[in-house]
Write a protein that binds this ligand. Structure first.
Ligand SMILES: [Fe+2]
Length: 590
């Protein structure tokens, strides 16, 4: 299926007032030129027959009959013409994108601009050589809107696109970029225009919310889409558990995806775990490396504002644990586990529908709220054993790791604390996140906090074999400013007790070069904690070229072990995952 074209125009400066007449921008997009002259003929295409594993009964894919029926309804010219005209009126006159944070010409500038899908295409190793440990696929998720937004658009609003670098030794690596074929993507691709409003940017005032709510209701009533099938974007992250690979976005169920032996990415469908998973799931589940259990949660605007749940090593879901002691709706993007506990942070970023009356967003910071950390036994069947601790000024979007000390009486959490939560959504470039080590004595409630670096760090990872266990090394992206990432640092958090900066390694990508979240791949199982590689896509804005960088995690300079020139740029995005060849084979057999 060919995505609808998008024109990416040269963006104005961030401070300039956008024109409300975005429709003056053609909805046609130009072909993106390959970045090098050595682009190889694709090794396969979307039309090429591939052996597809059969989705299980709890993985649903939109059927051809549903698509034909919806296409007939969306193409019925009277409702389509009227509703699209109403959409244009909202975007141009009722709620135009007046702020840079939701102006698509600003948000989608430079290497944030979307790209077409790319079938598996061979790449050249231009420096060093790829280590044998990197046998599998590095896949990174991120927003890549299918259509040029005609109204407000936030960075978080784009359709999920996966960029997979398939590495099989003895062959050239291949890069493949594919949309996650969500229900939203599929229906809008068939219709040829957007059907579902942008969640983060489309409800910034009472009038806008009423208008877009009415439009969505009309589209639903005329059969153009059915929200019961999920309206999520699957644009945030990936996870591998229960022998399945998932593309995740926290507003919907996970989508099962697969990387084929020839490097292509296919979406197998939306997965509800035999009907046991409802509504949504965090994009940051935690997998215990020793038991293969997966721990997760969902949050929402109505009680219970938080629901915790877990899966066994085979991906079988246990019962929901509703958390009613979460007293107000909180924007809960991530959490942490230890061997005994699940740890949640009830932060100052909340859902405030009343703010829409004054022209604000329903998601915003609540200055009067005192952040809390909630600790629940991770095998709990209810919340009776949950303890909450007030931690003023501790606001996290992401967690890094947690573990127990003092025979389980103390929990240690390492996470980047957002120092200016009020800017988290609208002025990301003003956000400073400082990684802290927080010790919570469970019996006494005494909390000790130690900053481990003063730098602006987020998108941090560890060796995945240490999730939930005491570890030393953290690899964090340097915000310069966020969401742009100019380098990666290695922290030794065991030095936190000495009250000094814990940085023990650093690599900056160089002028005009920006990367993403690093990912740690161990050199061999059971090795030292930092014996492995850091991988990331890095883009050179001066040349318009992207590379896949492999760095030695043990060396203080994070030496480059290998660099792969990519046949086309990879836009900046969110979270990635390295999936081993052995895991990819399990996906194909499941
Ligand atoms: Fe995230």
């Amino acid at each position: 299926m060919v995505p609808k074209p998008i024109l990416v125009t040269t963006p104005p400066p961030a401070t300039s007032a956008p024109s409300p007449l975005l429709n003056a921008v053609s909805p046609l997009k130009t072909e993106e030129k390959p970045q090098t002259q050595t682009l190889k003929t694709p090794t396969t295409t979307t039309q090429k027959a591939i052996t597809k594993p059969s989705p299980s009964s709890s993985t649903t894919k939109t059927t051809p009959q549903q698509r034909v029926e919806l296409k007939r309804k969306t193409n019925s010219w009277v409702p389509a013409l009227m509703l699209n005209a109403f959409d244009d009126i909202i975007n141009n006159f009722i709620d135009p994108p007046l702020k840079p944070s939701i102006d698509p010409r600003h948000v989608l500038s430079q290497n944030f601009a979307p790209v077409h899908e790319l079938p598996p295409t061979e790449c050249e190793v231009i420096e060093g050589s790829l280590p044998p440990s990197l046998d599998g696929a590095y896949i990174r998720n991120g927003p890549n809107p299918q259509f040029l937004p005609r109204g407000p658009y936030h960075l978080f609003d784009g359709d999920g696109m996966l960029h997979a670098l398939r590495i099989s030794h003895g062959k050239k690596p291949t890069l493949c970029s594919r949309y996650v074929k969500t229900y939203k993507y599929t229906m809008e691709n068939d219709a040829g225009f957007p059907l579902i409003p942008n969640v983060f940017s489309g409800f910034n005032s009472l009038v806008a919310s009423a208008a877009r709510g009415s439009l969505s209701a009309a589209r639903f009533l005329t059969g153009q889409f059915n929200p019961a099938n999920g309206i999520g974007l699957a644009n945030t992250s990936l996870a591998f558990f229960g022998n399945r690979l998932f593309a995740l976005g926290e507003s919907d169920l996970p989508y099962v995806v697969n990387v084929t032996p020839d490097g292509d990415i296919e979406t197998l469908g939306r997965h509800d775990f035999d009907g046991k998973l409802t509504f949504s799931m965090t994009a940051h589940p935690k997998i215990d490396p020793d038991t293969a259990e997966c721990f997760a949660f969902r949050y929402g605007p109505v009680p219970p504002f938080l629901t915790y749940f877990r899966f066994d090593g085979n991906g079988k879901k246990h019962e929901d644990v509703p958390i009613f002691s979460m007293l107000t709706p909180s924007f809960l993007h991530d959490f942490a586990i230890t061997k005994k506990y699940a740890i949640f942070c009830d932060i100052q970023l909340g859902l405030n529908p009343l703010d829409m009356i004054s022209g604000g967003s329903p998601v915003g910071s609540v200055a009067s709220k005192v952040p809390r950390i909630g600790i629940l036994p991770r095998d709990a069947k209810d919340e009776s054993m949950m303890k909450w601790f007030e931690v003023p000024g501790f606001n996290i979007i992401h967690a890094i790791n947690a573990w127990e000390e003092d025979e389980g009486r103390t929990v240690v959490l390492v996470a980047p604390n957002i120092l200016s939560m009020e800017h988290a959504l609208e002025r990301m470039e003003l956000v400073h996140a400082m990684v802290e080590k927080v010790r919570i004595e469970l019996d006494t409630g005494i909390i000790t906090r130690q900053p481990v670096s003063a730098r602006n760090l987020d998108f941090a990872v560890i060796n995945p074999a240490f999730v939930g266990k005491k570890n030393r090394f953290v690899y964090a992206a340097v915000g310069d400013p966020m969401p742009k990432i100019s380098g990666v640092v290695k922290l030794d958090v065991s030095k936190g007790e000495e009250r000094r900066d814990c940085t023990v390694g650093c690599r900056m990508y160089g002028e005009g070069c920006y990367g993403g979240e690093p990912f740690f791949v161990a050199r061999e199982e059971g090795g030292e904690e930092d014996d492995g590689y850091l991988v990331s896509y890095v883009h050179d804005e001066r040349k318009g070229e992207s590379r896949f960088l492999v760095m030695d995690a043990k060396s203080p300079e994070l030496d480059v072990v290998a660099a792969v020139r990519l046949p086309r740029r990879v836009p900046y995005g969110f979270h990635g995952l390295f999936v081993k060849e052995s895991e990819l084979r399990k996906v194909s057999l499941s």
